[in-house]
Design a protein around this ligand. Sequence first.
Ligand code: GDP
Ligand code: MG
Length: 464
Amino acid sequence: MADTGNNASGSPIAALATASGAAGICVVRVSGEGALEVGDRLVQEAARKPSRRAAGAFFHASILHPQTRERIDDAVVLVYRAPHSYTGEDTLEIQGHGGSLPSRRLLDAVLAAGARMAEPGEFTKRAFLNGRLDLTQAEAVCDFIQAKTDRAAHVARAQMDGALGQKIGHLYGQLTCVCADVEHVLDFDEGELPDTFLERIAIRLSGLVAEAERLAATWNEGHLLRDGALVVISGRPNAGKSSLLNALLGRNRAIVHEVPGTTRDVIEEGFVLNGIPLRLVDTAGLRETDNAVEREGIGRARELMRQADLNLHVIDWSQPCDGTALRELAAMRRESVLVVLNKKDLPPAPAGREVRLPEGVPHVQASLKTGEGLAPLRASLAALLGIETESQGQPVVTLRHLSELRLAVERGRLAVEALAVGADRLVIAAGALREAAEALGRIVGRVYTDDLLDTVFNRFCVGK
Ligand SMILES: Nc1nc2c(ncn2[C@@H]2O[C@H](COP(=O)(O)OP(=O)(O)O)[C@@H](O)[C@H]2O)c(=O)[nH]1
Ligand SMILES: [Mg+2]
């Protein structure tokens, strides 16, 4: 446990804040106690020493290497003073010319002037420790940088503004109140308690548990927004798998050919559906074969099918149903498959040999040649992935948040049950409520350990 309200400054850290490589400018950021003095050792002109400048000042200066006195570059220097900076510490931003060598030389000079290289996410970690943002806001910074779609960026931006942190913070506050009430009741004699007192606490608590459950249910969307969904196209050779990839992408990415076994390797393309990034994969057709290359391709296909968030299993409805396609289907998890009955422009297989799907398997009919059925196919795909609506800006949780929410829900329910039994279970209820509150506290970082901070900030890049 720790108090995040203090304004502690660490020793000065530095990192390149911009990506390395050819660019107009690069920004080296220095933060911590003594950051401005690090700047003093770099700036040549006596009148422009950063420690003598007011907060918000920016000026042009010649940058010298503090030991060799070599002129490194000229730069624009920005001065921030604690607590009014990203980290809450004294901070300098030095904007030099871009390019990998100039930026490396500038960073080297800054390190030689007394800063140490920052660890991944250390600037944001210091911002958290100085109470500039809560843990969910810090995590959102990383999500925002890594966002692959507008929708993901929008959700991350809202989380940076505190959308999730406020909800969790509110729940945490309420739960702490309930916990205090229960602990308060512990001091009473049983006869002194109003009849419905425990009942009223239990009702309040049930509402909080339901709210935690609602938040936990946003995990699927959060996972898809952050990690994307793996959608694997499978089926027998010539069923129309490559045609499906092309149709969804809207361009001829994969070779479509009447010769069975054309696609042997795995073809993967990015694709956005309702603001969710999808990894769409076309695979080798599933069949028995002596060809070693094709067999390898089929092996890879099966591996991907196991990992898929959704399998699009293509079946040619004009061909007599063969047992293999249905056996493949039976081996897939029901909730992760959508069958595409393709070639609807052709007559069906002869009577008695039509494709008959097992009861309850989600399926759509289409002709990937004419494009018929593509819109319902997209809609079913979205529905099965649980992304049919664009719930813009709703907070969505991560796996870390989910496991804490689950713990809170579990302990919350335990407390509700204990309250229902009555006064002799109050100690159990109070203990469960404390654990529930702590779980929520860890989500926003009101309660934390070094291990928790490591888990959160190790995902970051250096310089953020
Ligand atoms: N008539 C008809 N032919 C199709 C349809 N979809 C694909 N084909 C044809 O079926 C053959 C195999 O298609 P392809 O996409 O390469 O199948 P894959 O082996 O499963 O990747 C090609 O000659 C396609 O033109 C369709 O809806 N109707
Ligand atoms: Mg193919």
